[in-house]
Design a protein around this ligand. Structure first.
Ligand code: SR1
Length: 359
């Protein structure tokens, strides 16, 4: 594989990282997640699962490609395990997420999955759930509770890998914009990676930091990016390590007819691939896992806890740097095609057991 196309390096390397159900959420296209990992011959479920298990999924956010794909994978895995997945989406309202989490605890489910959330909002309730004997799996939450299974996409290394890709892409020199909102665990962790790379590359000059997380993150970020692009005509790149951020910056650059600025993002989906591979697209690289697979891992980890099976306290899912060049040269237009070209995205062996169907 040509070295400029795709980098999937081990932990020590520098360019890539280390190696239906009573819900109120929306959705995305089922086909993207559904076809990604063929279901193997049905395994025999433990009696508890044969009878039916209830798991509450308490989400801080649900809009955008990443979150929709994540949910499709989670739902698919839940279905394969006869789990009634009860989903709430606080739409970035932290008080609402606290209410949702308290309600979930009151309903005494077999387990709770907390998907994103401000540490100060969710941790007291996570501790309460654990004390009440409810197994908790946390995805993208900064929690110190040792009884919680904590899942993330190796975000410090992810931030470092995409920042290094940017440093290399602009020859280690020049003005860069940075899209970041504090308080979201994955963004905070990626920020640590960026800080490390910034320190190691004194030629990189961060001239602006902006961004907004909302129900319409791309559009809100676009508005802020417009101002940054105007204020810094000699900008060389923008580090936007969340796909909704990256799409917002791409929209702003297009609106301003501005060329010569490279965008480095995070996450991947079929719509993201379309944006990256469009003629003259400034989005040149992203760091990503398969979001549907991450959703599946979260549900499997919860199922293992419900069954009393061992599961690691920290589950790190390894992302890959995926370049525009790789996507174009391999004529990849969909996430499904990317999965076929990039077996590293497969996480079926993470957080599993013999009795768990390979969804
Ligand atoms: C607002 S936090 C957004 C991030 O959460 C997940 O980790 C995704 O990778 C996304 O970039």
């Amino acid at each position: 594989m040509p070295r400029t196309l795709l980098r999937m390096l081990p932990l020590v390397a520098t360019l890539a990282v280390l190696a239906g159900c009573g819900d109120n959420t929306g959705g995305g296209s089922d086909s993207e997640a559904a076809s990604s990992t063929p279901t193997a011959a049905a395994a025999k479920l433990p009696p508890k699962f044969e009878q039916g298990v209830k798991i509450a999924l308490v989400r801080q956010l649900g809009s955008g490609d990443f979150f929709q794909q994540w949910l499709l994978g989670a739902r698919e895995q839940a279905k394969a395990l006869n789990i009634d997945l009860r989903i709430s989406d606080a739409r970035n309202n932290n008080d609402q997420q606290a209410t949702d989490l308290q309600r979930a605890i009151d309903q005494k489910p077999d387990a709770i999955i907390v998907d994103h959330g401000l540490a100060s909002t969710v941790n007291p309730l996570i501790d309460k759930a654990v004390k009440a004997g409810i197994p908790v799996v946390a995805f993208d939450v900064e929690t110190s509770n040792k009884d919680v299974v904590s899942i993330q996409q190796s975000d410090v290394d992810a931030g470092k890998a995409i920042s290094e890709e940017m440093a290399k892409g602009i020859g280690g020199q020049g003005k860069v914009g940075y899209v970041y909102v504090a308080g979201f665990a994955p963004l905070d962790r990626r920020d640590s990676g960026w800080k490390e790379v910034k320190k190691a590359n004194p030629g990189l000059q961060q001239v602006a930091q902006f961004g907004k997380v909302s129900d319409a993150t791309a559009n809100d970020t676009q508005e802020q990016a417009n101002a940054v692009i105007t204020a810094h005509p000699d900008l060389k790149a923008v580090l936007a390590p969340y796909d909704e951020f990256a799409k917002g910056v791409v929209l702003a650059l297009g609106q301003a007819n501005k060329t010569g600025v490279k965008v480095y993002g995070a996450d991947i989906s079929t719509p993201d691939i379309a944006v990256m591979t469009k003629a003259d697209s400034p989005w040149v690289a992203t760091i990503a896992t398969d979001p549907a697979n991450v959703g599946r891992v979260a549900v499997r980890a919860a199922a293992l806890k419900v069954n009393g099976d061992p599961v690691d306290r920290d589950v790190l899912i390894k992302p890959s740097v995926i370049t525009q060049e790789f996507l174009r040269q391999n004529k990849i237009a969909t996430l499904e095609q990317l999965r076929a070209k990039l077996p590293q995205l497969d996480t079926r062996d993470t957080a599993t057991a013999d009795w768990i169907p390979k969804s």
